[in-house]
Design a protein around this ligand. Structure first.
Ligand code: PLP
Length: 420
C-alpha cells in the first residue's frame, strides 16, 4: 500500500460486522478465563492486560505509524517529550553519554542538558553540519546513541541523515531521529538507515490541536548484541529473566521500551487520544501536500518584503539546506517558515500582535495558521549561546502556515507588516 492508503487502512481491519471506524476501547483492564493465562501473559505479552502499557485503540495507531515509517513496531506515549525521554532511557543509564545535534526543539534541549544530567546521563551537543571527523572527536567510550531532528524546530536545518547514520554505525551506536516536522509522508528516516524514529504526534500527525502525544518507532535493524548494550543481551531481573534480543529478536528495542520503561514510567496515552490522533493521520498526506504548497508561497511572499531581514525555508532555492531538502524531503519541507523581521525583537512582537487571522500561540504544525516567538516562549530557557547554536536570533518568528485559503493568509501578513 502507498502512504495515502496506509493512512486510511493500516493498523485496523474490521472483520465481518465489526465497526468500520477504529473503536475507542475505554477500559483500563482485560479479563481472562484463567489465572494461568494471565500468568503466561506476564512471561510473554501476547494480549493486552493493562492499559498503562497497551490498549487496542492505541495499538491500532501504533501499527499504522510503524507501517508508515517502515518499522517493526511502535509504542505511543502521552507526549512527544515522553517519546524523546524513553527513546534515550531505553539505551542510556547513569554514567552513559549520547550525542545530539544542537538544533533541536528547545524542550528537548532542556530535557537532555538539564534533566537527564540529573539522572547521570550526559548529552554532548554538536553542530549538525559539523564534518564527520569533528563529530568523531566527541565520542567517549560511554557514548551510546546519536539524536537529531530531520527538520529542526525552529531553525529548519535539514539533517544529512546518511552522514549521521555512517557516523553512528561506525561507532556501533544507533541513530535516533525526531521526525516530527517532516512526518513519514515527507521523509522516512529508516529508509535512509536511521535506527529509531520518534515523533511529537501533537503536531502534523494530529494536525487539529486535539491531543498531546508522541510515538517511538523501532526499525528493527540495529544490532543490540554488538557488545555495547548488555541490558539487551542479559536477563532482565525485573521481567522474569527475559533476554530481549533472544526472546524478541528484531523487536527487542521496542518490546524492552514497553515492558520495562512504559511499565515503570506509565506515560501511555488514553484510548480517546489515540482515536483523535488516528483521525488526524487519516488525512495526513493530503494535508501535508497543502501545508507545503501554502508555505512555499508564504516564504516567497516574505522574501519580497523589504521589512523582512531573512526567510528560512529549505524548499526555497538558495536556502542553505535546499540541496539536502531535495535528497531527504523531495515532496516538500512542511508548513513551517522561519522569518527574521528587521528591527529585532520589538518589530517581531509588533508583527505578531498585528496578525488577525493567524493565532499567536504555543503550538506549531496546526491546521490553522499560527505564529510563535521562540526566544520569548519555547526557547526562553536557553542562554544566548544556546539560542545561537539552535539557529535562533531574538527577531526570529516561527510562522506555521495552515490550510486557510492562501489569499487570506497573505492578506493577513500584508496588513500586519503595513503596521510596522
Ligand atoms: N519534538 C519536536 C520537534 C517538537 O517540536 C516538540 C514540541 O514542540 C516535541 C518534540 C515535544 O513534543 P510534545 O509537545 O508533544 O511533548
Amino acid at each position: 500500500m502507498k502512504d495515502e492508503t496506509k493512512c486510511l487502512h493500516s493498523g485496523y481491519t474490521p472483520k465481518n460486522g465489526e465497526p468500520r471506524v477504529v473503536p475507542i476501547c475505554q477500559s483500563t483492564t482485560y479479563t481472562f478465563d484463567s489465572t494461568e493465562h494471565i500468568g503466561q501473559l506476564f512471561d510473554m505479552p501476547t494480549a493486552h492486560m493493562y492499559s498503562r502499557f497497551s490498549n487496542p485503540t492505541v495499538e491500532a495507531v501504533e501499527k499504522k505509524i510503524a507501517d508508515l515509517e517502515g518499522g517493526v513496531g511502535a509504542m505511543c506515549t502521552s507526549s512527544g517529550q515522553a517519546a524523546s525521554l524513553l527513546s534515550i532511557l531505553n539505551i542510556c543509564s547513569s554514567g552513559d553519554s549520547f550525542i545530539s545535534t544542537a538544533t533541536i526543539y528547545g524542550g528537548t534541549v532542556n530535557l537532555f542538558a538539564v534533566t537527564l544530567k540529573r539522572f547521570g546521563i550526559e548529552c554532548i551537543f554538536v553542530d549538525p553540519d559539523a564534518p564527520a571527523e569533528e563529530v568523531q572527536k566527541k565520542f567517549k567510550p560511554n557514548t551510546k546513541a546519536i539524536f537529531g531532528e530531520t527538520l529542526a524546530n525552529p531553525a529548519l536545518a535539514v539533517l544529512d541523515i546518511q552522514k549521521w547514520v555512517a557516523i553512528a554505525h561506525k561507532n556501533k551506536v544507533p541513530l535516533i531521529i525526531d521526525n516530527t516536522f517532516a512526518t513519514p509522508f515527507l521523509c522516512k528516516p529508516i529508509a535512509f538507515g536511521a535506527d529509531i524514529v520518534i515523533h511529537s504526534t501533537t503536531k502534523y500527525m494530529d494536525g487539529h490541536a486535539l491531543q498531546v502525544g508522541g510515538v517511538i518507532v523501532d526499525s528493527g535493524n540495529f544490532d543490540w548484541s554488538n557488545g555495547n548494550y548488555p541490558e539487551f543481551t542479559t536477563p532482565d531481573e525485573s521481567y522474569h529473566g527475559v533476554v530481549y534480543t533472544r526472546d524478541f529478536g528484531k523487536a527487542a528495542y521496542i518490546v524492552k521500551n514497553r515492558m520495562q520503561l512504559m511499565r515503570d514510567f506509565g506515560c501511555y496515552p488514553a484510548a480517546h487520544s489515540a482515536f483523535l490522533l488516528n483521525l488526524g493521520l487519516e488525512t495526513l498526506p493530503i494535508r501535508m501536500e497543502r501545508y507545503c504548497q501554502n508555505a512555499k508561497i508564504v516564504a516567497e511572499h516574505f522574501q519580497q518584503s523589504d521589512k523582512i531581514a531573512k526567510v528560512v525555508y529549505p524548499g526555497l532555492k538558495g536556502d542553505k539546506y535546499y540541496d539536502l531538502a531535495q535528497t531527504y524531503l523531495p515532496k516538500g519541507t512542511s508548513g513551517v517558515v522561519s522569518i527574521t523581521i528587521k528591527g529585532g525583537r520589538e518589530n517581531a512582537v509588533k508583527f505578531m500582535d498585528g496578525l488577525k487571522l493567524a493565532s499567536n500561540e504555543v503550538h506549531v504544525a496546526d491546521i490553522r495558521t499560527c505564529v510563535l516567538h521562540p526566544a520569548s516562549a519555547t526557547h526562553r530557557q536557553l542562554t544566548d549561546e544556546q539560542l545561537v547554536a539552535a539557529g535562533i536570533n531574538p527577531g526570529l518568528i516561527r510562522f506555521s502556515v495552515g490550510l486557510e485559503n492562501i489569499e487570506d493568509i497573505l492578506a493577513d501578513i500584508d496588513q500586519s507588516l503595513a503596521q510596522i
